[in-house]
Design a binder for this molecule. Structure first.
Ligand SMILES: [Zn+2]
Ligand SMILES: [Zn+2]
Length: 146
């Protein structure tokens, strides 16, 4: 994966956690997936590697920035913000993320990227799109939060 002489051309490299040492993610920093409560230790280092690779691919295919509004969530924070009790955001490793959507064109692009990248679990909120790769839940589903 790492080619000699090309190291400098690699963009952001997720190497903060041992698990991600040899994994290249071009469009995200793990810290973007830290639990938003600000006081727990459930950080982006706990993200699922396959999920992150798939999300990075979706971002590439979508061609627009993905602003992550929620990644990993400790159980306390998930409860505090009204997340479902068995939320995939609280899985270990975490295999879920919410992406901010500001308008319909961006929503369309993000959705297209996610589907092309192979996500089969997508939720549509008023100003975000949820995606996860939770194998223990229904596949080929797209729900809403209204
Ligand atoms: Zn937390
Ligand atoms: Zn979500």
């Amino acid at each position: 994966m790492l080619q000699k002489g090309k190291q400098n051309s690699r963009k952001k490299i997720l190497d903060r956690g041992d698990r991600f040492r040899n994994i290249t993610i071009n469009h995200f920093q793990l810290s973007e997936f830290d639990c938003n409560c600000g006081k727990c230790s459930y950080k982006g280092e706990n993200m699922d590697i396959d999920f992150m690779i798939k999300l990075d691919r979706a971002r590439e295919l979508a061609g627009v920035p993905f602003k992550i509004t929620s990644g990993a969530r400790c159980l306390e924070h998930n409860k505090a913000i009204g997340g479902v009790p068995n939320s995939s955001h609280s899985n270990t490793p975490c295999n879920a993320a919410d992406i901010s959507t500001t308008d319909s064109r961006r929503r369309f692009k993000i959705l297209g990227g996610l589907i092309k990248a192979g996500f089969t679990r997508i939720g549509i909120g008023k100003n975000f799109i949820h995606c996860d790769t939770d194998k223990l839940k229904s596949q080929q589903v797209c729900w809403h939060y209204y």
